[in-house]
Design a protein around this ligand. Structure first.
Ligand code: HEC
Ligand code: HEC
Length: 319
């Protein structure tokens, strides 16, 4: 969770460390050749393998247990095994947990946070906290961030910043962006492309019942737009050389995540979350909110008036 202008929130909220007060060079994670040749190193290696080949190990037909409800891999979003700058990496993840989380309104351990992603977007059931797989995943994250000071952020560990358009996001324009820049891989129906063995995806889905759930972070327009701007189209765009403009990234995220056009698994009622509504992200599309703006405006914008209102009232601004 990324909080700007931290002012008032749950008393246990960790103060935000913004990108402006971190070192100027992009964090560079250790090379895999430096993974130690001991028991810890074996867990780190297995953890990395689980991030990349998640469906193979713990997917619906997984060889190490059936936990995920879909065949996506962590790596589809946490790209390059969680080592890609501005690609939802795990650089500082281990250093920042346990951490207050607004959805649960409590402090979560890193293992509990991993289970959040297994439950949603993966539609799964939680890994036992003491399972070999959970220990492996958190060991890998610890190794990856071993040079990050406890509690800190590092440059490149968050999404890129976007300039918000004055008006609302435009899903119709997003549809043309999608046809031009995305459909060749993710498919005209957004269903992605399975590998020839039907084990996982060559190109992961963006909507439909096999895709990520509503209410997961990727379902938020700004969160997704920040990811897409720095990473998609795959193999062409990176944070230094994006292909899409900020507006195109926001519009295509609005198109993909528009529930009036596209079906996807719905939020399970027990997962609605945010008992303290002040901690809801600005672009979360289900009320109630601590401000008077509609669900539609929270989802599609214009976002700036919401941000200005939060500033004025001293409400947290969460992304
Ligand atoms: C559909 C995309 C997607 C998939 C697949 C996915 N995640 Fe995530 N995950 C996200 C997003 C987006 C965030 C950022 C949430 C935020 O910033 O609040 C996130 C956040 C996290 C975090 C917290 C990171 C931090 O630094 O605070 C952890 C840990 C995590 N995911 C683990 C996993 C694991 C393990 C898997 C595979 C089992 C997985 N995720 C699969 C999208 C995904
Ligand atoms: C050249 C093929 C290609 C193109 C074009 C492309 N993607 Fe992707 N996309 C991928 C692949 C492959 C992944 C998974 C990355 C991995 O596992 O390493 C991915 C992952 C994603 C994800 C996270 C995983 C998921 O399925 O939710 C999103 C969101 C996404 N792409 C959106 C887009 C958007 C929006 C566009 C157009 C602007 C786009 N992509 C264009 C290949 C592509």
């Amino acid at each position: 969770m990324f909080i700007l202008n931290y002012s008032c929130s749950a008393p246990t909220e960790q103060p935000a460390v913004s990108e402006t007060n971190v070192n100027d060079t992009i964090f560079s994670p250790p090379d895999t050749s430096t993974i130690p040749d001991d028991d810890f190193g074996a867990m780190v290696r297995y953890g990395r393998d689980l991030i990349v080949n998640t469906a193979y190990y713990i997917g619906p037909e997984g060889v190490a247990g059936h936990y995920l409800g879909n065949k996506m891999n962590c790596n589809n979003c946490h790209m390059d095994a969680g080592t890609r700058p501005y690609g939802l990496n795990y650089f500082s993840t281990h250093a920042r947990y346990p951490q207050y989380r607004g959805r649960e309104n409590k402090i979560l351990t890193l293992a509990e946070r991993v289970n959040n992603c297994i439950e949603r977007p993966h539609l799964g059931k939680p890994l036992p906290l003491d399972s070999k797989e959970m220990v492996a995943i958190t060991s890998y994250m610890k190794w990856l961030g071993s040079n990050v000071p406890v509690g800190q952020r590092v440059k490149g560990d968050n999404g890129v910043e976007l300039q918000y358009p004055e008006g609302a996001a435009d899903p119709r324009n997003g549809e043309s962006v999608y046809a031009q820049h995305c459909a060749s891989c993710h498919g005209p129906t957004g269903a992605g492309v399975m590998d020839p063995w039907n084990k996982t995806y060559t190109y992961p889905p963006l909507w439909g019942m096999q895709s990520y759930e509503a209410g997961s972070s990727m379902h938020r327009v700004l969160k997704m737009a920040r990811f897409v701007k720095a990473n998609m189209p795959h193999l062409k765009a990176n944070w230094k050389n994006p292909v899409l403009t900020d507006k195109e990234a926001i519009d295509v995220a609005a198109f993909v995540n528009d529930d009036r056009i596209h079906a996807r698994p719905v939020v399970r009622p027990e997962e609605a979350g945010y008992p303290n509504i002040k901690t809801k992200p600005i672009d979360y599309d289900k009320g109630p909110y601590a401000d008077p703006f509609t669900e539609e405006q929270h989802k599609f914008g214009p976002y700036q008036p919401i941000i200005d209102y939060h500033k004025k009232k001293g409400l947290p601004i969460v992304f």
